[in-house]
Design a protein around this ligand. Sequence first.
Ligand SMILES: Nc1ncnc2c1ncn2[C@@H]1O[C@H](COP(=O)(O)OP(=O)(O)OP(=O)(O)O)[C@@H](O)[C@H]1O
Ligand SMILES: [Mg+2]
Length: 457
Amino acid sequence: MLAVAAAVVGFLYAAVVPGLQNRLVDRRLDALQTASQQYSGDLRRALGSNVPARRVNTLTRQTADASDTRVTIFLVASGSSLSLAQAYDSFAETRIRDLDFPPAADAARTGRTQRGTEAGDDGRVGEVAVPLFFRRPDGRRAVSYVVVYSAPLRDVSDSVAAVRQRLLIAGLVALLIAFTSGLLGARALSSRVRHLEEGAKRVAGGDFTARFPLGRADELGQLSRTLDGMRLQLAELDSARKRFIATASHELRTPIFSLGGFLELLQDEDLDDETRDRFLSQVREQVARLGKLATDLLDLSRLEAGSIELRSEPTDLGALAGDVAGEFEPALQQHDSRLELRVPAAAVHADCDPERVAQVMRILIDNALTHTPPGTDMVVSAQRRDSRVRLGVGDFGPGIHRTMLPHIFEPFITSGDARGSGLGLAIAHELAERMDGELVVESQPGRTTFTLELPAR
Ligand SMILES: Nc1ncnc2c1ncn2[C@@H]1O[C@H](COP(=O)(O)OP(=O)(O)OP(=O)(O)O)[C@@H](O)[C@H]1O
Ligand SMILES: [Mg+2]
């Protein structure tokens, strides 16, 4: 602000004031020229007649009085070089030391009215020189006299000096205002920025209770609001992370405790073979559960971190669905369920990672078996719709509870039936997104369908 104010004052001082001075001087010279046009005729007539010099002198003074200028008449002698001799002057003393009247010589040389300014002892003077033509004895018309009308430009200088002084004072005041308002503005701004910085540092340090002052609705207020939104989001992420770790460790601790208990029981040497076998099978079950949990947790964290490389290759989803469904033959028999495969005769091609699509299908079919009563039938289908292909896994079981449905793809969400740890659907959902697809669910009592949508080939 200071620099801009200084530049404006400097520009006014350096460019505008001299321009103003030139215009004022021009205007004075215009007035002198008008006077010269008005009075030169009388002077020419007097000089051309044989009136005595005294009369011409008087006329010169009268002209000076009437035109409010100083009138000086030069006699032009044209010999080998042009020379001017002062003949009459409206000033009392005719000897002039302070002024040279340069326009007079110019007017004599060019034969035209000339104007200019000159610095005298008493300040600048404006001058208009008018050539007077007379016929010479040889018959040629030539400039014989030059009349110079001059007037001091003191009032112009005074006006310009006054303008300069006012400008200087106004400039100084403007600079002072610019400086103080700039300083105060910068202070207020930097204090707001400092508050934002402090808040950001506290959030970066993990303190999500930090507040960003919302303040005014300007750019900083907007930034403040954005930072506050970021703080809330980070707080949410942080609590989700903590929840995840707490649940994961709880899920890991349960089978480990149970394993510890069984190992202690197995140490008892008086155990009969049947009980020992029962305990061992429990131990195997817990180990299998731990193994699955560890694999699932690793899968999920890798997926979320984006460190799993997925292939993308043309895959016939109908054939893939048939293969995966085939794997579940024994489990289906055990569960007393039938699986209907609805696949069109033509191949249903998609660009995806076949291994990962099979993993999603296994998760879905496993759920349809695990979370439904024995004897519940299911349907696996594959179809193409426009540029998408859909793989569906549906069952006729009791369905998912209404309150659970919106959170079904979050980790560790279970109905509490203790049949799983709630990671399957979270993994399936992440996998679908990584393959540019989508996993959606529709559920009501008697019918639950999970559909995996993938881009068609
Ligand atoms: N077809 C289904 N019918 C009814 N409930 C279901 C069905 N599929 C999933 N659910 C419910 O959704 C929950 C989450 O399923 P998810 O597959 O994520 O975890 P899980 O099966 O409990 O454990 P796991 O990690 O071993 O798969 C289940 O616990 C179950 O309550
Ligand atoms: Mg499951």
